[in-house]
Every structure is written in structure tokens, then in C-alpha cells.
Design a protein around this ligand. Structure first.
Ligand SMILES: Nc1nc2c(ncn2[C@@H]2O[C@H](COP(=O)(O)OP(=O)(O)OP(=O)(O)O)[C@@H](O)[C@H]2O)c(=O)[nH]1
Length: 622
């Protein structure tokens, strides 16, 4: 049975039982009281009848026959015994009397001495018996003057009559009445319970339906509707509950549609709690939005990749993953991070994709490659998935229509389902990362080009201004020297004047190639001014740099510059100064290299001059 119904019926039954009990006790108490009062009256009347009869017998001289008189009276309905006892004065005047009139019990004696009536109920509840002991008092007024026969003063107790009356019939009547009451109350209770059940049925059924519907709603299912059975508050609750469920379902559908749009893929709810999973997806999207904000404020594409790796580890709990960057113009794929290690060698895929990016299926197709659905889908994934129990998913990051990067996830077969469920949110992250990565790379390349000389491809003076201090602090930290070679073409103006500016440019381009070819890759060749070049030789002092400068001078001298169909010979002059021997500050070393170059020019050109103190005068106008 339903709990609510049981409770109400139990409460009603308890009330009815209590009511029956109260009525029974009250009835029995009032019956007892009534019985005593009725028996009292009854015995008083019988006592009076006996008195009158005895007086009459005395007057008529038939007092000797009083025994049979008392016997007849005792046979009167409702009386069990009638016994008269003589008081001491009567005994004194008329003798002890009959045998029965002599045997007085304690109650009789008390009544004889006190003159007060005593009424008692004896025999217990099963066979109750009423006893009345009533005194006869001598009186001169009344219908007969007692003092005429009795030699006693007024108000003397002449004797007493003891009457016993059974009140069995009263008890039966009381029991019958109580039984009737109990049956009546029971019947009333039964009818009330039936009526109550009928009345409670819609309430209980509605409450049960609401309970089931709420349980389903907690589990994310809002489809349950409640039948509105009555027109009262219960019916209203049912209607309003339905309206509430309808409202939640509509709003939830709207949220889902928006989530689907944002995630661009229908989240797989796999029978879970719709509300919880939608809420989780929404909070996932909030995290995506925060991620976007963070990467936008990051400085480089490298930092963005680092954030992607943090998201994979912390949010998706994926620890075996690789990030690749595609260099479209060079058709190369560059490993940004392999298994979380920056710039580690390509290891899950065929290393050939490094120089041939279209070997990567994700790069070539621009589609997500799901190796967990088909392990053979990408031929460049070099590990035999079946043998190692490993699966993979490669997600291309599309930047303005082409693949800019690839995120590769490698996981155990057992994790395939989990990873596939995480895919929509991960793709949302990558969609946000794509334009930011592109912007960062664009910024980096713009910056790179602003630090380069467009004509020769060498670094420019701006680069030097930005990195001069870094170069010095690096040398200081590592306690290594650095030499600056300041170089300038000799008599370059006539080239322009004779062959034109384009020819001059060609000479400068060829010179740049010669300079670059004669130093180490780690050294820096900078186009410092028009036909002026600076070479920074790292970890090299001026003594060690002199042969290098000489080699360069020789290389230029022996080179034939191709100018307008003819070839041309040119020479250069160079000045050499180093850190830390000549000066501690970068710009001071540069100045000393420059004055040395000036000295080389002065000295007749096509020569290298090592800086020495005599070349520098604070007063000189360089
Ligand atoms: N074609 C071309 N000429 C340039 C460029 N930058 C500077 N120049 C020219 O380089 C020449 C430098 O001339 P000068 O400073 O007189 O020196 P020079 O003729 O080389 O003689 P010395 O340096 O004294 O040996 C000028 O004519 C500039 O116009 C450039 O980018 N391209």
C-alpha cells in the first residue's frame, strides 16, 4: 500500500480506537454511577416498605410473622436479601428477637451506633452486589409516632435493615450498550476509511507519479507527464508540474542546440544524465573560452602549443600525445612536441613525413584521422596498433583553409571510447587555437622580416639594436669573447655611377653570399648600412678573428661580380675590435671596429686593421 495512504488510515484508525476507548470508559463509569444511584433508591424504597410493614405488623399484632414478611420482600425482583437487626434499646425493651435479628456484622453495628446509612458495592466486576444498611430512627412525627410503642428518646436508632441487591442485569445492560457503541464507532471508522481511501486515491496516485517523474528528472529524463485527475489543488500541482517539465525540456533543448552549434558536433550523451552532461559540456565550453582568452594574450605560437599540451594532460587526462607544425611553403612537418618532449624526433610516425608533409594523412586530407576505427587508415603511423594495443587519432588544426598543425593522440585500445567522447570538446579547443596560432606565426614572420634586410636576406641594423645587449650578456655569462668585423666595399660609388643602381644591388647581394659563406653558421652577418657590413664572430677574440677577416678580404678580392653582362673585381676594407679586450660595452666595441675600418680606408683600402688604442681619440671627429 502507498505510504501516505497507510499513514492517514493508521492515524484515522488510531483516533477511532481512542474514541472507542474513551466512550467505553465513560460509558462504564456513568453506568456504574447510575447503577449505584438506582440501587440506592431501590433499597431506600424497600427499607421504607419494610419499616411501614413492620410498623403495621406491630400495630396489628402480627409482628411475630415478620420473618415471612421479610422473606417475601426479599423475593421482590432486584433484592437478594432483607435482614433486620434490633438496636440495643429495642433489645432491652422487647428482647433479642428472632435469630436473624441478632447476628449483626461490623457494618450493621457501625450503622446502629452512627445512625448513618452505609451503601457498598461488593463482589468485584464479574458479579457485582449492592448492599445497603439503613438505620431506623425513632421519631414522634410522621405517619406513626414511634415513641408510642418504643420506650426510647426521640432519634434513637431502633434498628437497621440490610438489603442486598444484585446489579448483574445492569452490568449486562452496560456491556450491551458499550458493545453497541463499539460496533457503531467501528462501523463509522470502516465507512470513514473507505471514504477516505476513495478521496485519497487521486492524491496518492498523483504523489506517486510526481515521485517517479522527479526520480527520472534527477536522472536527466524530463519526459514524464502527470495525469491531472481532480479539479482541486492536487490537480493544479499535476498541471503545474507538467508545465515545469515542459519548460525545462524546452530550455534544455535550446541549450543543447546552442551547445551543438558551439561544439559543432552533437555531444554523445550515451544514455547518461542529459542535464548533467549538458551542464558539463557548457562548462567545458566556458573553459574553452578562457583558454582562448589566455592564448590570445600569449606571445608566441610555442606558448600556445604549450597550453594545448597542458589542456590535453590536465583536462583530458591524455598523456601520450604529439604536436606537429606544418611549414606549408617548405612542405615540411616539424615536431613541436613528441610525447610531451619539446622538439623530440618523430617517433610514432614514419620520420619521412618530416620533409614530406603530405605523407601525413591528416595534413594531406585536412580530415580527422581516427585510427581507433580503422587501424590501417594512415600508412605513416609506424606502430602496428594491433601488436602494441595502441590506437591513435590525428586532429588537423585548420588555419585559413589549410592544415597549420596536427595534434596526435596515442592511447590504449581500452581508452578508445573515452577519447572518442572527448573529441568534440577537444576539437572546440583546437578550433579556438587555430586562428590564434596563425596570428602568432604571422606576427613572428612579420617580426622576422622586420629584422631582416630584404635585399640581401641578412639581418639588419634593427636586429642588432634589439640583440646587442643579449649578445654581450651571453658572452659575459659564458665568459667567452666576441669580435666585431666592420666591413665596407671600396670605391662602391663608381659601380653605381657606371653600371647603375641595379648593378650596385647585385654586387651587394653577391658580397652578402661571400660574407655568409666565410663564417660559421652561429656567427651573425648584418647589413649595417648601405655598403657597410658587420660580422659578429661569437666565442672568438680579435687575434683569432684576424685570419677570418683576412680570408673574407681575400675571397672578395678574388671574386668576379657579375654586373650587366661583364664581371667586376671589388675589394673591401675591414676594422676589427673585440669584447672584452678592447671594450666591455657592445656599442663601444662597434665604435672601435668602425675607427679601425676608417684606418683601413685611410691606409689605402683592401686591408684589415686590428684596433689599437692609438686609433681612438676622444677628441677625434669620426
Ligand atoms: N646600389 C646600391 N648602392 C648603395 C646602396 N646603399 C648605399 N649605396 C651607395 O654606396 C655608395 C657609398 O659611397 P661612398 O660612401 O662614397 O663610398 P665608396 O664609394 O664605397 O668609397 P669608399 O668607401 O671610401 O671606399 C653611395 O654611392 C651609395 O649610394 C644600395 O643599397 N644599393
Amino acid at each position: 500500500m502507498h505510504k501516505l495512504q497507510t499513514k492517514i488510515i493508521f492515524a484515522l484508525s488510531s483516533v477511532m480506537l481512542l474514541l472507542t476507548l474513551v466512550i467505553t470508559v465513560a460509558s462504564l463509569a456513568s453506568f456504574r454511577d447510575f447503577s449505584i444511584r438506582a440501587a440506592t433508591e431501590h433499597t431506600r424504597t424497600a427499607a421504607e416498605v419494610i419499616r411501614v410493614a413492620l410498623t403495621e405488623a406491630m400495630l396489628n399484632g402480627t409482628i411475630d410473622k415478620r420473618d415471612s414478611l421479610l422473606g417475601r420482600i426479599a423475593n421482590v425482583n432486584g433484592l437478594d436479601e432483607a435482614r433486620v437487626i434490633r438496636g440495643p434499646q429495642v433489645k432491652q425493651q422487647f428482647g433479642d428477637g428472632l435469630l436473624g435479628e441478632m447476628t449483626a456484622d461490623t457494618t450493621d453495628l457501625n450503622v446502629l451506633s452512627s445512625g448513618e446509612s452505609v451503601f457498598t458495592l461488593n463482589g468485584g466486576i464479574l458479579s457485582p452486589e449492592f448492599r445497603a444498611t439503613i438505620p431506623y430512627i425513632a421519631t414522634s412525627d410522621g405517619d406513626v409516632n414511634c415513641l408510642l410503642c418504643h420506650n426510647v428518646p426521640e432519634n434513637t436508632v431502633l434498628g437497621a435493615v440490610t438489603l442486598t441487591a444484585s446489579i448483574e442485569h445492569m452490568k449486562s445492560a452496560a456491556i450491551m450498550t458499550v458493545a453497541f457503541l463499539v460496533i457503531a464507532v467501528g462501523l463509522f471508522a470502516f465507512i470513514s476509511i473507505l471514504y477516505l481511501r476513495r478521496m485519497l486515491h487521486p492524491l496518492v496516485t498523483t504523489a506517486n507519479e510526481i515521485e517517479t517523474a522527479v526520480e527520472s528528472a534527477i536522472a536527466g529524463d524530463f519526459s514524464h507527464r502527470i495525469e491531472s485527475r481532480t479539479n482541486d489543488e492536487i490537480g493544479k500541482i499535476a498541471t503545474q508540474f507538467n508545465a515545469l517539465s515542459e519548460g525545462i525540456t524546452n530550455k534544455l533543448s535550446l541549450i543543447r542546440e546552442n551547445v551543438v552549434q558551439l561544439v559543432q558536433s552533437k555531444p554523445d550523451y550515451h544514455g547518461g544524465n542529459l542535464l548533467t552532461e549538458t551542464a558539463e559540456t557548457v562548462s567545458g565550453l566556458v573553459r574553452v573560452s578562457r583558454f582562448k582568452q589566455a592564448i590570445e594574450e600569449d606571445e608566441t605560437a610555442g606558448e600556445v602549443f604549450l597550453r594545448i599540451s597542458e589542456v590535453l594532460e590536465q583536462e583530458f587526462n591524455i598523456h601520450t600525445f604529439s604536436l606537429y607544425e606544418v611549414e606549408q611553403n617548405k612542405k615540411m612537418i616539424h615536431p613541436v612536441m613528441i610525447d610531451g618532449v619539446p622538439e623530440a624526433p618523430i617517433h610514432w610516425c614514419d620520420p619521412a613525413i618530416h620533409d614530406h608533409c603530405v605523407g601525413c594523412r591528416a595534413v594531406r586530407t585536412g580530415h580527422l584521422i581516427d585510427g581507433s576505427e580503422n587501424t590501417q587508415i594512415c600508412r605513416s603511423f609506424s606502430i602496428d596498433a594491433a601488436a602494441t594495443n595502441k590506437h591513435y587519432i590525428c586532429l588537423p588544426v585548420i588555419e585559413s583553409g589549410s592544415v597549420g598543425s596536427v595534434v596526435q593522440l596515442v592511447f590504449d585500445v581500452a581508452e578508445a571510447h573515452k577519447v572518442r567522447n572527448q573529441r568534440p570538446l577537444l576539437e572546440a579547443y583546437l578550433r579556438e587555437a587555430a586562428p590564434v596560432l596563425q596570428a602568432k606565426r604571422l606576427m613572428a614572420s612579420l617580426r622576422e622580416s622586420s629584422l631582416k634586410d630584404a635585399m640581401t636576406g641578412l639581418r639588419n641594423r634593427r636586429f642588432l639594436e634589439e640583440y646587442a645587449e643579449t649578445l654581450i650578456s651571453q658572452c659575459k655569462r659564458r665568459s667567452v669573447p666576441m669580435t666585431l668585423l666592420m666591413m665596407d666595399l671600396d670605391y662602391f660609388k663608381p659601380v653605381n655611377d657606371t653600371y647603375g643602381h641595379d648593378a650596385g644591388d647585385q654586387v651587394l647581394r653577391e658580397l652578402a653570399v661571400i660574407l655568409q659563406a666565410n663564417v660559421r653558421e652561429s656567427d651573425l652577418v648584418v647589413r649595417y648600412g648601405g655598403e657597410e657590413f658587420l660580422i659578429v664572430l661569437l666565442e672568438t677574440n680579435a687575434e683569432q678573428a684576424m685570419p677570418v677577416a683576412e680570408k673574407i678580404r681575400g675571397a672578395v678580392e678574388s671574386h668576379k661580380f657579375k654586373v650587366g653582362g661583364t664581371s667586376l673585381s671589388k675589394t673591401i676594407s675591414a676594422g676589427v675590435a673585440d669584447y672584452p679586450n678592447d671594450a666591455q660595452a657592445f656599442w663601444q666595441v662597434l665604435k672601435f671596429a668602425d675607427v679601425s675600418l676608417y684606418a683601413a680606408k685611410e691606409g689605402g683600402r683592401n686591408q684589415v686593421v686590428r684596433f689599437h688604442k692609438e686609433l681612438w681619440s676622444e677628441d677625434a671627429d669620426y
